[in-house]
Design a protein around this ligand. Sequence first.
Ligand SMILES: Nc1nc2c(ncn2[C@@H]2O[C@H](COP(=O)(O)OP(=O)(O)OP(=O)(O)O)[C@@H](O)[C@H]2O)c(=O)[nH]1
Ligand SMILES: [Mg+2]
Length: 261
Amino acid sequence: MCATCGCSDGPGVRVIDPAVQHDHGGHLHGGHGHGHSHDHDTPAAGVTVALEIDILARNDDLAAVNRARLAELGVTALNLMSSPGAGKTTLLERTIRDVGAELPCTVLEGDQETLLDAERIRAAGARAVQINTGAGCHLDADMVAEGLRVLAPAPGSLLFVENVGNLVCPALFDLGESARVVIMSVTEGADKPLKYPHMFRTADLVLLTKVDLLPYVEFDVDAFVSGARRARPGVEVLEISATRGDGLAGWYRWLGAHPST
Ligand SMILES: Nc1nc2c(ncn2[C@@H]2O[C@H](COP(=O)(O)OP(=O)(O)OP(=O)(O)O)[C@@H](O)[C@H]2O)c(=O)[nH]1
Ligand SMILES: [Mg+2]
């Protein structure tokens, strides 16, 4: 897991509101990525395991605080997770343009570097704050707490949290979200739920996207759905295309029906 993948040794996290280009970051020293020991000796395996448990336990505590704060505001937070490039931001842009007026929303954007995704969301018509994780490969609850402070979502609104593109580590970190949406595109291979089961195990909804490309790639939709349901029995799977519009009515229905806690 993450404490062994190298992401804990990178430069500081930055939380940036592109509307004001003001950097709120570089000071999230309590979260994952900064809770490591500064003893540069290689730790024994037992020490490493204990550290990982500490990181996740601390994250869970902070996630509970986020969840309580979001519930108080009546804000529904959705944690969107996928591989890099699966289509998270494209789906959010389309969603904001199609139903942003009826479903007011804001976005926390997680990426290692750049403000590109936050700028895309702003251009689509919603407020967004970018969290740059540096070498980090996932968002954690501490980063989201800071992002929430800067973003200040309106009571009763929808909050999309676009996690860092990665099918492994984001699954381990509760952010305080109401639900988890896992997005997979048809160009990634139908075997992914079997190979990355942790990502699918906690999914509340699976979106199979880029179905407009199905005529051009080998992808067994039934095998994908059964793999996803092996990891998460009964999980709803919607087939969509964010560019052509297939299946989006079902996604918008799911968004409209989703409770805020
Ligand atoms: N054909 C097709 N292309 C899509 C679809 N959705 C996204 N794309 C393309 O896929 C590429 C990646 O899309 P993004 O929305 O940036 O993906 P992402 O998951 O936000 O990427 P990261 O934030 O970097 O992890 C872009 O070239 C999109 O135009 C789709 O439904 N169909
Ligand atoms: Mg993106």
